[in-house]
Design a protein around this ligand. Structure first.
Ligand SMILES: Cc1ncc(COP(=O)(O)O)c(C=O)c1O
Length: 448
């Protein structure tokens, strides 16, 4: 495999690029580059290889630079580089969406395409508002998100997100947004394997919120089935179904943000299927194209689409769309990605690896400073006790040690979050586990 990895020289001047979600000044003092990737590995300019335990950024589910995806993009780029989807079409977008609907949950037969997860979320929120208006409920303009949720960086998505420091710089955001409490409950659920046993009652907070704000003013509730960037928080057993029931009782749409959980992460195409709860809208991105070309989408339940398709035939059903909606390169990559998932049986592979993954992660229980371990499908998190004077420092150090051991993990606050490509081998799961164990040991040895 190593001969397939090429080595690039790092740039001399790092000033111009304002990097996203990065302490730019710190990075530029000690920069770190990936120059190429293949399968489970990244390569750095000095040739060092790193096992990717986070699938890029929760997206490269079929492994890096999959030859079928690479070839599909190459071929498409030389054939039709760009075509607008505003009032004209190109075949790939239709082929892709037809194929996507074959793996969608029952009752979902339409998909709106966007260019990222953030665009997908904003699109879903707009569809929810427009749907309520189309059925004569235009007074329903409220949106409900959840603490510790992440729904991207658009004004809509950020408004329903629940990670305070992401929002702090940007003022009031959208009006009419409320948040449910998060479901992280260490007192009852620490070290749960899979869905925690306790916490269905967190869903009752939706009833309480609706009682306080008048349910007839609420258009939609949006949740990640498993909160990802909030620290990998699997839903308590029965929680999502209870949200569904409450939404149904009040005519409120339920949106699952499946940007992380879509495309096999939980062992089924979508979390909705893996967890047996059907929302009204599903957002997706990331694993859609195996991360190779930016793309997002909103899967739409028939009841929503049908309500929106009632006006005059010449009328635009939804005054919404992006230059890159249905981009030919993204559609080609997405079609090839779906084929790879099917041919390699990657969703079933994720399901069969999940117990091994669970055992490996939970074997870290009792290691220094470990406060909680969480897992579902091929998602995982190791939460480390924070120190009062330097929150996040232990996890960062631990991630650095993993790096020295050739494993790339991500520290979010004091939690290490993990989501390896679905092609991960059992031995590589062991390598990820051992690297984290070494990191935790080193943190303890240094007295951090
Ligand atoms: C659940 C969820 N929603 C939305 C997004 C935003 O996606 P993007 O970064 O492609 O805009 C993310 C990104 O990590 C995510 O995890």
């Amino acid at each position: 495999m190593s001969d397939m990895i090429t080595i690039d020289a790092p740039p001399n001047d790092l000033e111009a690029y304002w990097m996203p979600m990065t302490p730019n000044r710190r990075f530029k003092k000690a920069p770190m580059f990936f120059s190429s990737a293949q399968g489970m590995h990244y390569a750095m300019p000095d040739g060092q290889r790193l096992l990717d335990a986070i699938a890029g950024l929760w997206c490269v589910n079929a492994g890096h630079c999959h030859p079928k995806v690479v070839e599909a993009i190459r071929a498409q780029a030389g054939k039709l580089d760009y075509a607008s989807s505003f009032g004209v079409g190109h075949p790939q977008a239709f082929h892709y969406t037809n194929r996507l609907m074959e793996i969608a949950p029952a009752g979902f037969n339409h998909v709106f395409l966007a260019g990222s997860g953030s665009e997908a979320v904003d699109t879903a929120l707009k569809i929810a508002l427009a749907y309520q208006r189309a059925r004569g409920e235009g007074h329903r303009q409220g949106l409900i998100g959840r603490q510790r949720s992440y729904h991207g960086m658009g004004f809509g998505g950020l408004s329903v997100s629940g990670i305070g420091w992401h929002r702090a710089q940007f003022g009031t955001l959208l009006p009419g947004v409320s948040h449910l409490p998060h479901t992280h409950d260490l007192a009852r659920n620490a070290f749960s394997r899979g869905e925690p046993a306790h916490g269905v009652d967190f869903a009752d907070a939706l009833d309480a919120l609706l009682a306080a704000c008048d349910p007839s003013t609420v258009a939609a509730v949006i949740v990640e089935p498993v909160a990802g960037a909030g620290g990998v928080l699997p839903p308590p057993k029965g929680y999502l179904q209870r949200l569904r029931d409450i939404c149904d009782r009040h005519g409120i749409l339920l949106i699952f943000d499946e940007v992380v959980t879509g495309f096999g992460r939980l062992g089924a195409p979508f979390a909705a299927q893996a967890l047996g709860v059907s929302p009204d809208l599903i957002t997706c991105a990331k694993g859609m194209t195996n991360g190779a070309v930016p793309m997002g989408g909103v899967l739409v339940r028939d009841l929503v689409f049908d309500a929106m398709a009632q006006g005059p035939e010449a009328g635009v059903e939804l005054a919404h769309g992006y230059t890159y909606s249905g981009h030919p390169l993204a559609c080609a990559a997405a079609l090839a990605t779906l084929s790879v998932y099917a041919e390699e049986g990657l969703f079933a592979r994720a399901a069969s690896l999940a117990p091994i993954w669970e055992d490996a992660l939970h074997s870290l229980r009792g290691a220094p400073h470990v406060r909680d371990i969480r897992n579902l499908g091929l998602l995982g998190a190791v939460e480390i006790e924070s120190t009062a004077d330097a929150p996040g420092a232990r996890a960062r150090k631990c991630a650095d040690v993993c790096f020295d051991h050739g494993v790339f993990v991500r520290a979010l606050g004091d939690t290490l979050v993990l989501s390896p490509p679905l092609i991960v081998e059992e031995s590589q799961i062991g390598q990820i586990r051992d690297a984290i164990a070494a990191g935790l040991k080193e943190v303890a040895r240094l007295g951090l």
